[in-house]
Design a protein around this ligand. Structure first.
Ligand code: 3PG
Length: 406
């Protein structure tokens, strides 16, 4: 992206930097302690941190973690994240018990070049999600400049996103720049054939991006529970399969019928959208498995559900992916957490890797799948932002962008 205010162009030497990171990590409890099971999001920010340290900066790191609802939740503190970062960097990372207030201001005032302080989870304050301006200003107290590296948290209007950027000069961090540059390439000038692989549970998060991909991509391969909405839209019985309900917000007078949306997408993208031709089904995730050839009109047994794409679909998708030059993949093809339904996700991912195409994958589950199967480094780019990458590819302008562009 041409007009992004980049870190390398900014004069950051010796500055006190408020480094906005997206460490929204699902922590796990082990022997009574919270631990970081997957540090991909922390590792992704190391280049920015090392660059800033090399410039003699001192750093205050700010993020939210999960949804504590505006109050302190002990299991959602940033300390385990700080400890993992310290280990990765091989240097101390100080923690504080808040992200604003006198203790924090004192620590920030006394930061020396090379010091790193992890501020506490910003969502412990109810002001954060209200985008309270006074709170945003407090968050910036004592800092000279903001380096915004929180791609995964760029699609929200909160005090710690757009709010802080009102109060200090800013630029994008190296991770943010890499995410935006890669996704922009996909939007503006994809290598062809460009194949999109869409899975996961919900169509609601993916409506805009699918509208866009129908224009942009050469083919869209559907899997996961997302496929069920398309089957239902075609009038096929999906029994107990996971299908997203009609969304109704009576108070706001809003209604979204996802099957209707799927029908429209199929009309518009008749040539491009590929649905599974067979599915793995079972009465429950642990139950006996049966292949249903959906393209031959085979019916799903009463009260059974679809849990993965079937072998013929895998072969079909592999064939299409073999010649691809660019792939965007989002969401698993089946219930991969259950070994007997991990095949679709594994095989499709492996065929993306084998194709040698420029591959961009994203989505919360996608990151954990990469870690689970040891696929680090096999894809061109693994986006750190699930919701954010979908919004970006759905052409929704990130609210922070107006501050981070020239
Ligand atoms: C992410 O990791 O995708 C974001 O931190 C999620 O933020 P949300 O809780 O506002 O969806």
């Amino acid at each position: 992206m041409k007009n992004l205010k980049t870190l390398k162009e900014a004069d950051v030497r010796g500055k006190k930097v408020l480094l906005r990171v997206a460490y929204d990590i699902t922590l796990q409890k082990k022997d009574g302690q919270m631990i970081v099971p997957d540090d991909a999001r922390i590792r992704a920010t190391i280049p920015t941190i090392e660059y800033l340290l090399g410039q003699g900066c001192s750093l205050g790191l700010l993020s939210w973690l999960k949804r504590p609802g505006g109050q302190v939740v002990e299991d959602m503190r940033m300390r385990p994240v700080a400890e993992r970062l310290a280990k990765l960097l091989g240097k101390p990372v100080k923690t504080v018990l808040d992200c604003v207030g006198p203790e924090v201001q004192d620590v920030v005032a006394n930061m020396q070049p090379g010091d790193i302080v992890m501020l506490e989870n910003v969502r412990f304050h109810p002001e954060e999600e209200k985008a309270d301006g006074t709170f945003a200003k407090e968050l910036t107290a004592g800092f000279d400049l903001i380096v915004y590296d929180a791609f995964a948290q760029a699609h929200r209007i909160h005090s710690s996103t757009t709010g802080i950027l009102e109060h200090l000069p800013s630029c994008a961090g190296l991770l943010f720049e890499k995410e935006i540059t890669t996704l922009s390439h996909l939007l503006e000038n994809p290598d062809r054939p460009f194949i999109a692989v869409m899975g996961g549970a919900k169509i609601s998060d993916r409506v805009d991006v699918m509208q866009n991909l129908i224009e942009l991509a050469d083919k869209i391969l559907i899997g996961g529970a997302l496929a069920n909405t398309f089957f239902a839209a075609k009038g096929m019985a999906v029994e107990k399969s996971l299908v997203e309900d009609v969304y109704v917000n009576a108070a706001k007078g809003e209604k979204q019928d996802y099957q209707e949306i799927a029908r429209k997408l199929m009309e518009k993208g008749a040539e491009k959208i590929k649905l599974p031709i067979d599915m793995l089904s079972a009465p429950s995730p642990e139950g006996e498995v049966k292949v249903i050839n959906v393209d031959q009109g085979e019916a799903l047994p009463k009260n059974w559900a679809y849990f993965d794409i079937g072998p013929r679909t895998i072969a079909l998708y592999n064939q299409i992916l073999k010649d691809s030059k660019m792939v965007f993949a989002n969401g698993p093809m089946g219930l991969f957490e259950q070994e007997q339904f991990a095949g679709g996700t594994k095989e499709v991912a492996e065929s993306i890797i084998r194709s040698g195409a420029t591959s961009v994958i994203g989505g919360g589950d996608t990151e954990s799948i990469v870690a689970r199967y040891g696929w680090e480094g096999k894809f061109t780019h693994v986006s750190t932002g699930g919701g954010a990458s979908l919004e970006f590819l759905g052409c929704r302008e990130f609210p922070v962008m107006k501050y981070l562009t020239k």
